[in-house]
Every structure is written in C-alpha cells, then in structure tokens.
Design a binder for this molecule. Structure first.
Ligand SMILES: Cc1cc2nc3c(=O)[nH]c(=O)nc-3n(C[C@H](O)[C@H](O)[C@H](O)COP(=O)(O)O)c2cc1C
Length: 339
C-alpha cells in the first residue's frame, strides 16, 4: 500500500515536467503547521534518554536547510553530515531547476541519481535528523537518493524529518521517506517555510522539546526521584534504562503500595512498565532497593533484605536511610515525583 502511494506521488512529479520555474507550478500546500502532529508513528517507542546520541544529516542547495541543521547540531552538540550529490548542481539557476525536474522524473522510474555521501552504519545513534529542501513538492533528490541507498542501514532507527520550502508542505516528502525506509519509525516533523524560517530558533527549540531530544547529559546514568509518604519525603537514585525512563515519563503519580510478606511495598503499573532489553536477574536484593518483579510486573520497594531472584530487575536504591519511611505495617500511599 505504501509503495502504491509512492508511485502515485511519482506520477505527480512527472506531471509538471513542462514547467521550469518551481513557483509557477501548482503545488500541494498540505500543512500550514510548523509541526505536523498527525504523522508521528514512534509513540510506542520509549522516550529518549538524557544520554541519547544524535546525527544531523542534511542536503541544502542555497543554505536554508543547512542553517536549520546547524542550529539543531549546536543545540544538541551532536554529529552533523552534509549529504551531497555525486555531481555538483549547475550554477545557472534554470539549468539547476531543469536537472532537478529531470532527476525527479528518473526517480519516478526507479532510477536514483548518484550520491556522493556514504554512512557506514547508524549503530551509534538513537535518533537521526534528516533535513532537506522541498523541490516541486517533493523531498530534494539528493536526500531521496541517500535514503534509497541507506534504507537497509536505517532499519529499526528513529528518524526526525525537517524541511524548508517557499510555502509547500512536508507531508508528500514524509510519505516518500516512509516508502523508502519502511522499517524505520518517524517522529513528528518540522517544516520551515519562507514565512517561519525567520523564527527558526523558537520553532526548532519547541520541536526538539516535543520529540524529547535534548543535549546529552554525561551524568544522566543516575536519575533522582522523590518519594513522599504523608508529609515526609525521601530521595532515590535510579539507573538510566528503558524501565526507569518509562517510569519517569509517568510521574508525578500517587499510588497505594500494598505490603507483601512483611518485606516489600509493591504496586503494579497499568499498563505495565516497558522492560524491553533490560537485564533481568538481581542476585543480591537488599533493604532500600527499588526493583521490578518481571513475572508479576510489579514495582517493589524492599524494606528487608530478600533472596536473589532471576525475575528481579534492579531499578535503583533509596538514598541514605530513607527506607525507614517504608518500614511500617500495612499499605501506604506514596507520591513519586521526578527530581
Ligand atoms: C529545484 C527547486 C524546486 C523547488 N520547489 C519548491 C516547491 O515545490 N515548493 C516550495 O515551496 N518551494 C520550492 N523551492 C524553494 C525551496 O524549497 C526553498 O527555497 C528551500 O528553503 C531551499 O532550501 P535550501 O536553501 O536548503 O536549498 C524549490 C527550490 C528549488 C531550487
């Protein structure tokens, strides 16, 4: 189905072949919005951690998309790479437009122009930004060619698209990227047109915040949470993994923790906390630990040492002697907040 849509888009590309100047072409203005919220398909992915690694890839002919790319790079302090055609574009504007049209027609036939940029693998990146100008309503051809040749390496990767244009929308190019990289997931997109490009600082900052991309924090292996019972509060240090990130994304929360075996206070989250890829098996659970018992899916705060268990995942530990707050009989109401 995605492929069929892709070829219909390509047919549209062919239909303007007689026209040379892009602004004379009737183009889809499919979204006035800066951020396109309807196309976000990575909602079920865990939030990005404070140590997430980013790569900004961009193609740009006259510098607009490059400026946005550089702003993202400097905000996140991450890697950046320009995607270039194997043969530079003509300096004559009309010749360049003619070539862009020709390349779009060739792509519609499945022939991608040669590309001068190669990335060996994307293993070390959690999110890849991909930016480009809109050409005749489509993703600029060098970036289409790059995605075509790197689709396999981008399998399973999270991609954040951004584009610049005179006024055209980004939806067509998102569909093209999704058809090329069918095994990747796409976050909300960002489009800056000639009327919004002047406020790109605000738009980029807002977009990065919405998709959860922030400058990596070297100390983020350890995260702090606050647990309050009545008017008393204690702090805990939790490790940075998928489960704690999911937990933290649900905070603040007030829960009733039930007593289990005069040793633990437990609570089962609905829906269950994400444990994908987290190491299971905690051999030395001690008083003060915060764990997750995988077979039952419950969070447990241990106020006694218990024996090691292959189903336990250690999430952290209550700081100092704060565990005393949990060393009481019966159920307790606990408010958990992020610090
Ligand atoms: C070949 C070509 C085709 C273009 N087609 C469109 C278009 O369909 N719609 C639009 O709004 N702008 C179009 N533009 C304008 C660019 O998308 C816009 O100026 C963009 O910001 C340029 O980005 P860059 O400076 O990174 O190359 C086109 C420009 C060129 C060179």
């Amino acid at each position: 189905m995605k492929k069929l849509f892709f070829y219909l888009l390509m047919a549209f590309a062919i239909s303007f072949s007689g026209c040379n100047k892009w602004s004379e072409v009737k183009l889809p203005t499919d979204d006035e919005q800066v951020q396109d919220e309807s196309k976000d398909d990575d909602n079920d992915k865990p939030p990005l951690s404070g140590k997430a690694r980013y790569l900004v890839l961009y193609a740009s002919r006259s510098g607009n998309s490059e400026r946005v790319a550089q702003l993202i790079q400097s905000t996140l302090d991450c890697d950046i790479l320009e995607v270039q055609p194997a043969v530079a574009y003509e300096s004559d504007y009309n010749d360049m437009l003619a070539r862009a049209q020709q390349e779009l027609q060739e792509i519609a036939q499945g022939n991608y122009p040669p590309i001068g940029t190669n990335v060996d693998d994307f293993e070390s990146y959690d999110l890849i930004f991909i930016g480009y100008p809109i050409w005749y309503g489509h993703m600029a051809t060098p970036m289409q060619a790059f995605l075509h040749s790197h689709a396999e390496k981008l399998q399973g990767k999270r991609i954040a698209l951004f584009a610049t244009s005179g006024s055209s929308g980004i939806a067509t190019s998102l569909a093209e990227a999704q058809a090329l990289c069918m095994e990747s997931t796409f976050t909300q997109t960002l489009l800056l047109t000639s009327s919004t490009l002047t406020q790109m600082e605000n738009h980029v900052a807002e977009w990065l915040s919405v998709i959860g991309a922030e400058k990596s924090n070297p100390n983020s292996d350890e995260l702090k949470i606050k647990l309050s019972v009545g008017d008393r509060a204690v702090f805990a240090t939790v490790v940075d993994n998928v489960t704690t990130r999911d937990l933290i994304s649900r905070l603040p929360i007030t829960i009733t923790m039930t007593d289990y075996a005069n040793a633990e206070k437990i609570y089962t989250f609905e829906p269950a906390l994400n444990t994908e890829g987290v190491a299971v098996g905690h051999s030395t659970p001690v008083r003060g630990d915060i764990d997750l018992y995988l077979p039952w899916g419950n969070l447990c705060v241990l106020y006694r040492d218990v024996s090691g268990n292959s189903g336990l995942i250690n999430l952290g530990h209550i700081d100092d002697d704060g565990i005393e707050l949990f060393d009481v009989p019966g159920n307790i109401i606990v408010t958990i907040e992020k610090q």
